[in-house]
Design a binder for this molecule. Structure first.
Ligand SMILES: Cc1cc2nc3c(=O)[nH]c(=O)nc-3n(C[C@H](O)[C@H](O)[C@H](O)COP(=O)(O)OP(=O)(O)OC[C@H]3O[C@@H](n4cnc5c(N)ncnc54)[C@H](O)[C@@H]3O)c2cc1C
Length: 312
């Protein structure tokens, strides 16, 4: 099969991570091609207009922004805004046959804890717990746009031996159980540790700790904000920035194989009209480890075990 085009970088997958990479590489003068198998870019961060006749775009899957560094918004000149939420969560419960629940919503949180648990104890524990994660967030978040620090450098930067141990070294379930007595409160805290993982609160892998940290460090505060126009407003702005910098984005183009000798790669691309090949000095794969293994013809990684369900 003849090699049709060649690029400095071919990026497989036009999710937000692929688009950010495309925009930065193109701005650095590299020739860039993004291959997206779906008809639209954005991956799981896309919007839809669900109400006929109403011009409102809402997030379809991924719906709140926390981990997007403002540096990326500034560097790429994105026209994108977020709004604060007044209510973070509400978890309904029944206590002594009485319907109640836990409302996490700024000033109203203390009263909600008191109504649920009958005292201020759990609320005060909550304040101490999130005060500590807030300090960790302030110190860890800036490292997301810096060269990856070593474990020792990060521990030194955090400068709090207890926080390091409870958040980075022992299963987060230990600290949650030591800090909170109420099972509902424990469950609310653990949501951030378990959602989207296949781990439990005491898993030796500490995958749940990693998940928890990603949920509490965003922006250096851990706040989760609402994107105006849904997540698709962000990914559309990223695609616009990548194109403006000269990147080519092809939707409806699925990468089906990568052949490489370690210095050059050829990517086989499938479209409705057949298969073709593009050359690349570098290939960035913005897809799952399973997809990467399949593209390289490697054995797939071991499948995750277990399952979780979240109802919004
Ligand atoms: C239901 C749900 C809710 C979520 N809520 C939030 C939230 O509120 N906030 C948040 O920050 N995160 C949230 N997340 C996580 C977030 O969506 C992901 O972290 C994010 O989408 C990852 O972005 P990505 O660019 O790495 O990959 P993806 O968004 O997965 O994009 C990968 C892209 O690659 C394409 N692709 C894959 N294989 C190929 C191939 N062979 N050839 C061509 N294209 C290919 C796919 O079609 C896709 O478009 C949520 C996830 C889900 C599923």
């Amino acid at each position: 099969m003849p090699v049709r085009d060649s690029y400095d970088a071919v990026i497989v997958g036009g999710g937000h991570n692929g688009l950010v990479a495309a925009a930065y590489l193109a701005r650095a003068g590299q020739s860039v091609l993004v291959l997206e198998r779906l008809g639209t870019t954005g991956g799981a961060a896309v919007s839809t207009r669900p109400f006929d006749g109403v011009d409102a775009r809402l997030s379809r899957y991924s719906y709140l922004v926390s981990l997007l560094p403002s540096k990326i918004v500034r560097d790429l000149g994105l026209d994108f805004a977020v709004r604060k939420r007044t209510v973070s969560s509400y978890t309904p419960a029944v206590r002594d046959g009485r319907p109640t629940g836990l409302l996490v919503a700024g000033d109203r949180t203390r009263d909600s804890f008191a109504a649920l648990t009958g005292s201020d104890r759990e609320y005060e524990a909550w304040q101490r717990f999130y005060g500590r994660t807030g300090q960790v967030a302030e110190r860890v978040f800036p490292t997301l746009t810096e060269p990856l620090p070593t474990r020792d450098a990060l521990r030194e930067r955090i400068g709090d031996a207890d926080a390091w141990r409870t958040l980075f070294e022992e299963p987060i379930g230990v600290s949650v159980e030591n800090t909170f007595d109420d099972d509902l409160v424990r469950g609310v805290v653990l949501t951030d540790a378990l959602i989207g993982t296949f781990a439990d609160a005491h898993d030796a892998s500490l995958l749940q700790n990693r998940c928890f940290l990603y949920h509490v460090i965003g922006g250096g505060t851990g706040d989760w904000d609402v994107p105006v126009g849904g997540m698709g407003a962000l990914t559309d702005a990223l695609a616009g920035a990548a194109r403006a910098a000269g990147a080519q984005i092809r939707t409806g183009h699925e990468a089906v194989r990568i052949d490489t000798d370690g210095t050059h790669a050829e990517v086989t691309v499938r479209t409705d009209s057949g298969e073709s090949t593009v050359g690349a000095r570098r290939v960035l794969v913005n897809a799952s480890p399973e997809a990467l293994a399949a593209l390289l013809g490697d054995a797939p990684p071991a499948p995750a075990e277990g399952a979780q369900l979240k109802v919004n």
